[in-house]
Ligand binder design. Sequence first.
Ligand code: ADP
Length: 421
Amino acid sequence: MGENSGSGHSGGLVLVLNSGSSSVKFALLAPASGERVLAGTAEKVGTPGTELRIQRYPDHIVTEQLPEGHYQAVISRILDCLPGPGSAAAGDGASGTGPAPLIGAGHRVVHGGERFTASVLVDDEVIAAIRSSSHLAPLHNPANLAGIEAVRAARPDLPQVAVFDTAFHQTMPPGAFRYAVPEEWYTRYGVRRYGFHGTSYRFVSERAAVLLGRPLTELRLVIAHLGNGCSVAAVRDGVSVDTTMGLTPLEGLVMGTRSGDVDPGVFGYLAERAGLGIDGLSEALYTASGLQGLSGVGNDMRTVEAAAAEGHERARLAVTVFVHRLAKAIAAMVVGLGRLDALVFTAGIGENSAVIRSHVLERLGFLGLTEDAEANARHGRDTRGRISRDGPVVAMVVPTDEELMIARDTARLAGAVARLR
Ligand code: ADP
C-alpha cells in the first residue's frame, strides 16, 4: 500500500458502503491504519420511516429520521457528514494527523458472477455488468447498485470501487465449482458454485500468514468464516481452491437461520407432502432453518449455547449438528489442499465461541489438530492467534475485517486514478 504508507489518516479516508435490501451500513476509515472515524447504519431503507444512526468515533452517537427513505436520500445524508476531496475530514482530530481528504468509496457487491475476479474501479461498463449479474443475487445486487448510483449522483468525481464477495473464489478449479447437472444449466443459466465471504477470506488469509510468520504463497489453510452466514474455504498458496457455499449462500454449513446442505429431493417430497411451493420452501430454508429451526430457541449462537449448557435438548442437538457438519466440511476442504498447515476460525462465532472451536478441534485430531485449552479460552489473543499445542498443524483465531479490506482495495485503485489525473 505505497500510497498509504503513513500512519493515522495521512493517506486519506475511504467510505465503505454495504447497501443491503433494506439497510445501508457504512464506515469512514483510514485504509493505512484501519482506524474508524465514522460508522453507521440506516434501517428500513425504502420506507418513509428510515432511521439513520451515525457514530462519530470514539463515542458520539446521533440518530435521525429521514422523511425520504430511498437510497439517494440516505446516501446524500451520509455524504453530507463526510469530508470532500482535499478538504479537512470530519473528526480527523481523533488522530491529530491533520486534514484527511475522502479519496474514494468502496462498495460491497455480493455477486460478481464469472465476470469479476478482483475488485474494480466503477465505470459505466462495470455498472452494466453488475446489473447483468443481478439474477444471481436478486435481493442484493440491485441494492448494491443503488448505493453506487447514489454516490455517483452526489459526488460524480469521487472514485468508486466494487469489491465482490464472490471474486476470491474465481480461482476454484472446475472439479470444485461445477455441479453434476445438465450442461445447459451451467452454460445458459450460470448454475455453478461461486462461493461467498471472499473479502473476509482474503483478509484473514493475509493476516494468518503474517501471524504465522510464513509467506502466504507457501501456506495451505482451511478458513472457517462463522457468522450469521457460515462457510469454510480451502486457501492454497493464497488462492481459493474450494468452498462450501455455492450458487447461493444457502449451500454448505448449518447457519443461523439457513439450512445449509439438504437433499435436493426434499423439494419434490415437500411439494407433494406439504403442498409447499418454491417460495414457501425457499423461505423456510433461508429463514426458519439452521440453528433456529433445530433449536427452537433462536438463531444466535450465544442463545443456543446458553440453552444447551442448561440442558435444553433441542439446543444441544443444534450444537451437535452444527459441529458435525462443520468438522466434516473442514476435513473435506483438506482434499483440495493435499496438506493442512493451519485451520483458521473467524467471524462472530469463530472469533468468540471457545466451545464450538473446542468441539471441532476434538473431532479433527486425526488431521493433527490439537487444542491448547487456555489459549482457546482467551481466543488466541496473546498467542498470535494460536489455540493449538505445539505441532505441525496450527489452529488459530484471526479476527476478520471486511471493511478494512474494502477500504484498502479502494485506496489502491483510487490511488491509481489520482496518479493518472
Ligand atoms: P455477520 O455474519 O452478520 O457479520 P457476525 O460475524 O457478527 O455476523 O456473527 C454473528 C454470530 O456470532 C451470531 O451467531 C452470534 O451469536 C455469534 N457470536 C458472537 N459472539 C459470540 C460469543 N461470545 N459466543 C458465541 N457466539 C457468538
